[in-house]
Design a binder for this molecule. Sequence first.
Ligand code: SME
Length: 167
Amino acid sequence: MHTQTTIPTGSKEEIYRELLPQMRELISGESDIVANLANVSALLKMAFATISWVGFYLMKDGELVLGPFQGKPACIRIAIGRGVCGTSAAQAKSVVVPDVRAFPGHIACDAGSLSEIVIPILSSSGVVAVLDVDSYSLSAFDETDRIHLERLCRVLAPMFESAQIAK
Ligand code: SME
């Protein structure tokens, strides 16, 4: 159950500071992982005008499969090690790409996308998903995004311990 979500305003830092408690409230009391990831995608898209696409790829049978997202239809399956998402999953590390044209192997689901950040979600069994955020602007994401999105993903990680994700 949740009440109305207000759109956070202010600097990037201020927006993230408002977002995290909003996200906690949105997902609290709900164990359905798809529902929660869908709402988290919506929350991020709503909060930042710079975001063109935001969503999750879920680790299933050794590859990344498209999960809940906001934005244009996207590539469905990504092999580990491929593209920005697959690189982040392979290294279990966040990847910030200021200009996707300079990233070897970048997978262009939307030709308009110019910069991207991908954050892995880590559970006790390793990488269980990645959060992918794209922008039509160059250099839209920086250390502030990395730090706050990593925090956000750490809050989401425990959900995956108990979740049954359909294969
Ligand atoms: N650009 C990503 C693919 C996913 S889309 O951006 C939604 C990548 O290179 O992994």
